[in-house]
Design a protein around this ligand. Structure first.
Ligand SMILES: [Zn+2]
Length: 108
């Protein structure tokens, strides 16, 4: 109702407290900025080390995910990212995919 973005969706808006009035919004093509991050050298990843990032989307919305295609030593607060759909893991022959952040070339 008020335009506040929730990731993941919730029933009650944190901003205006409206209940069950969310509208889905596609963010796959919306850019964002790394608000904070951590490097985890022990957690499993298909492309270790795990770079855990919190992304602030342009126009609002905060999301925690893994960063991919990135140099762990080059990640900074303020790094510009876009979203990409990638494999997270494979279990019992089933591939599981979800969204990861990827640095946008030429911006940092
Ligand atoms: Zn609201």
């Amino acid at each position: 109702v008020c335009g506040f973005r929730h990731l993941p969706p919730t029933r009650v808006c944190l901003n205006c407290h409206a209940i069950d009035q969310m509208e889905p919004e596609r963010l796959a093509e919306v850019g964002g900025t790394v608000a904070t991050f951590t490097i985890d050298r022990l957690a499993f990843s298909l492309s270790p080390p795990v770079i855990g990032v919190v992304v602030d989307f342009d126009g609002g919305g905060r999301y925690r995910c893994e960063m991919t295609d990135a140099d762990p030593d080059a990640v900074r607060i303020g790094t510009r990212v876009g979203m990409t759909f990638r494999r997270i893991y494979t279990a019992a022959g089933v591939h599981n995919y979800f969204w990861k952040a990827k640095p946008i070339e030429g911006t940092n």
